[in-house]
Design a protein around this ligand. Structure first.
Ligand code: PLP
Length: 420
């Protein structure tokens, strides 16, 4: 097997020496040494839900915590700062989130329109309840992050699935995902109220271009459609793909967008419960202050502290972690190209999630197949929409040796069953 894309420690030392900057606290050697038993001992959902399996389903990373986050949480508990979230911490979250947006994506957003919320899904629930309304419908491009399909139904809101188009035109060097703009328009014209936008897109890893965002905005404008804009994976973009914040494009997108973001994916702190809504439509901000007070109140103080530390001091750790993920993506791409070439796959442009289509191999339920035969726990593609039959969602944010083992296990069972 060709492991060239996963570099070893001596090569990493050489590169670090040339990098000539301080240690960020992200230690690839320590990460690489983690065994399954070590990861299970951490006690995460990812490594305890399916004992004995490689956890490649839920979107958590196995890279520990940024030291600044760890220190901030330790200091806060030492001070006993675990009460309800106070205003000063809400302001710190807003200020630090605004700074992250400015420094990372060039978006000069006013901190006054950034409010805390426990998580993205709570923000979505407020959006569905207050803006979409029961009895209406929402368009979800699929495959989609699973709760985008299930949560609206809890609010008696219909979900219109519009599958993304898989374009493969080698002659024009196009191999990727495209929006079905005609499908979107048909759904908008049928009277739906809102579109679920996820950028970068979990689970297909697509990073939307400025042109695509503008085209979506123009369509939405024509049919008066609001946009729930989930940018939680924004910091994870690869190669020359850049994250463009939708609401930052112009006054129209600012009015259309109901943006939700969080440091929870980038710093693996989802359990600390502090995401942010960025309300660039003044009516949304009024609504929020009037009717989402309880959502804010449920935000965890420890999460505000962890989030602020991450945004203010975690940049270098994040960048080193992202460089490690660069190698992971390269490895996944190489494995798909050389060992799983019959499996449908488009290299992700962002996120740490890959979408693998096993339908060409005739495996009806690949998540179940790999769980039972290879002891690899993946997400069943059908949870991401009707178009996900025969597919799995794979989280590759794991130690490199584990990622190698993950592919070895999958390839071995396929070969043993004569499927590769
Ligand atoms: C696209 C996307 N949105 C939202 C979430 C969940 O975020 P939260 O835990 O803040 O609700 C995830 C988690 O995997 C995600 O991938």
């Amino acid at each position: 097997m060709n492991d060239d894309v996963l570099i070893d420690d001596s090569e990493r030392d050489k590169r670090n020496a040339h990098g000539n900057r301080g240690f960020s606290g992200f230690d690839a050697e320590v990460i690489d040494r983690q065994s399954m038993a070590d990861l299970e001992a951490v006690g995460s959902d990812k490594w305890t839900r399916f004992p004995g399996c490689i956890g490649a389903f839920i979107a958590e990373m196995d890279f520990g915590l940024a030291p600044c986050v760890q220190q901030a949480v330790t200091d806060a508990t030492a001070r006993g700062c675990l009460g309800y979230i106070p205003d000063p911490w809400k302001h710190r979250v807003a200020e630090s989130c605004a700074r992250w947006q400015r420094e990372r994506y060039g978006w000069d957003v006013d901190p006054a329109c950034i409010r805390p919320v426990p998580d993205i899904l709570e923000a979505l629930e407020v959006f569905l309840r207050e803006i979409v309304g029961a009895g209406n419908s929402i368009v979800v491009p699929t495959p989609a992050y699973m709760p985008f399909l299930s949560v609206p139904r809890l609010y008696n809101i219909d979900v219109i699935e519009v599958p993304m188009l898989r374009v493969n035109e080698p002659r024009h060097c196009i191999n990727g995902w495209m929006f079905d703009f005609d499908g979107l328009e048909r759904a908008f014209a049928s009277g739906c109220r809102a579109l679920m936008l996820c950028n970068p897109h979990n689970p297909i890893g697509k990073v939307l271009t400025r042109d695509e965002l503008l085209r979506i905005s123009a369509l939405a404008e024509r049919y008066d459609v609001r946009i729930f804009n989930d940018e939680i994976h924004a910091p994870f973009t690869y190669d020359d793909h850049e994250h463009v914040p939708f609401a930052a494009l112009n006054e129209t997108t600012a009015r259309q967008a109901f943006t939700a973001t969080s440091a929870s994916k980038s710093f693996n702190i989802a359990g600390t419960k502090c995401a942010q809504v960025i309300l660039t439509n003044p009516d949304d901000l009024d609504m929020w202050m009037d009717r989402a007070e309880w959502s804010e109140h449920q935000t965890a103080t420890i999460g505000a502290i962890a989030t602020t530390a991450a945004y203010e001091h975690g940049g270098a750790w994040f960048d080193d972690m992202r460089a490690y993920l660069d190698e992971s993506v390269a490895y996944v791409n190489e494995q798909m190209r050389t060992r799983l070439q019959r499996v449908g796959y488009v290299p992700p442009q962002g996120t740490y999630i890959a979408w693998l289509d096993f339908s060409p191999l005739g495996i009806e339920n690949p998540a179940d197949y790999f769980y039972k035969n290879a002891h690899v726990a993946l997400t069943d593609g059908r949870e991401c929409g009707e178009c996900g039959a025969g597919c799995v969602r794979m989280n590759f944010a794991m130690p490199h040796p584990m990622l190698r083992e993950c592919f070895d296990r999958m390839v071995e069972v396929l070969e043993a069953d004569g499927l590769m």
